[in-house]
Design a protein around this ligand. Structure first.
Ligand code: NAP
Ligand code: GFB
Length: 324
């Protein structure tokens, strides 16, 4: 995936630069020598600007005057937080997205790559899901607020292109995990929440409680793989239509299989309980990466087992600073 041909001088502003995906992009760019000559990268957190607020958004764009934006900032959480807070997920994300996209337009940003999510696809659908199906029917009821806000980014991108020829596009990742994730047991996504739960159950000699039946299936992607792919999208991908960034369909696994991998990585020997009084959420949302494969047929993803091991090692080594 050598690149650089089309890249001119770029000042890239990464919103949400302190989160799971932002830290992965930062690692690829700054630690793995991924930065090209003439590129400058700025990674923002909510401490630099609360992007729900249009004044703070404009001020931070004035300060850095980006030519390119990777827009990651969002109110993000796992299934159980969504089920309690659809209104906040809808309103915060609608505001953040409008502020970032419109300020980018006003300040002449050449390209914006925003982040959608495969949970926004219609719930009642055929599989695999692809990029043409985003607006076909209602999303799963558990996270309708976040999903509707994500879909509007795609609508807005098309409108900026239609009226102003702006090159604002988006990627659609499936479930992401890795170092710097939110390991909160209550609000985190499944993998990070279960790593923390398993760690605690091992420390305290208690049962590991898994929410739901373990039967739902997900395509998990290691954050650094997503980081590499998003940098490629920023430099090389010319379409306004979004692109699904995901591991292959065959790499989809059940939550039960994920539990087995975490238990092995953390060497947990205690009892495991599947709490079927808790929601399973969407049973599956199998996405096709055929479009990605047409562009990058040889891209290799880290195996889930390896990624889980590396995330568990990171969590153990960074327990004091990890978000819990
Ligand atoms: P994350 O770890 O929770 O990070 C969220 C980032 O957004 C943080 O940098 C946070 O800043 C920032 N942020 C939140 N509210 C903000 C506000 N009001 N103003 C400014 N910044 C704000 O989330 P992530 O997993 O990296 O998600 C990044 C993007 O990927 C999101 O757009 C998300 O929807 C998308 N995505 C994630 C997944 C997944 O499985 N994680 C899957 C598909 C798509 P602070 O650190 O200062 O709080
Ligand atoms: O990562 P997760 O919360 O989100 O995974 P989704 C939920 C699946 O893992 C459900 C099971 O089947 C849960 O029953 N699970 C088991 C757990 N134990 C746990 C646990 O301790 N915590 C959590 N959180 N789940 C999200 C969307 O859906 O996908 C978001 O709600 C986001 O909008 C994300 O886009 C990528 O995959 O169900």
């Amino acid at each position: 995936m050598e690149s650089g041909v089309k890249a001119g001088p770029m000042r890239v502003l990464v919103t949400g630069g302190s989160g799971l995906v932002g830290k992965a992009i930062e690692h690829v760019v700054l630690q793995e020598g991924g930065k090209l000559e003439g590129e400058e990268w700025i990674f923002l957190s909510s401490k630099d600007a609360n992007l729900v607020d249009v004044g703070q958004t404009r001020a931070v764009f004035e300060k850095y005057r980006p030519t390119h934006v990777i827009h990651l900032a969002a109110k993000v959480g796992g299934l159980y937080q969504h089920m309690k807070e659809n209104l906040h997920f809808l309103r915060d994300n609608l505001k953040i997205n409008d502020n970032v996209l419109h300020t980018s337009h006003e300040m002449g940003v050449t390209k914006v790559v925003s982040c959608l999510s495969s949970c926004m696809f219609p719930d009642k659908t055929t599989y695999p899901i692809d990029e043409t199906m985003i607006h076909n029917g209602p999303p799963h009821d558990s996270n309708f607020g976040y999903s509707r806000a994500k879909r509007m980014i795609d609508v807005q991108n098309r409108a900026y292109f239609q009226m102003y020829g702006r090159h604002y596009t988006a990627v659609i990742p499936t479930n992401v995990f890795g170092p710097h994730d939110n390991f909160s047991i209550e609000n985190g996504h499944v993998l990070s929440a279960l790593i923390n739960k398993t760690y605690e159950a091992k420390e305290e000699g208690t049962t590991l409680n898994v929410c739901g039946s373990g039967a739902p299936r997900r395509q998990f992607m290691y954050s650094l793989d997503l980081g590499r792919l998003m940098i490629w999208v920023l430099r090389e991908y010319e379409e306004i239509d979004p692109i699904i960034l995901s591991v292959d369909e065959e790499d989809e696994v059940s939550i039960k299989e994920v539990v087995d991998m975490i238990v092995k990585a953390l060497d947990f020997k205690g009892k495991i309980h599947f709490d079927t009084t808790q929601s399973d959420g969407q049973m599956k949302k199998t996405a096709s990466n055929a479009k990605l494969r047409r562009y990058l047929p040889n891209f290799t993803f880290k195996t889930l087992e390896e990624g889980i091991k590396m995330t568990c090692d990171w969590f153990l080594a960074n327990h004091d600073i990890a978000r819990t």
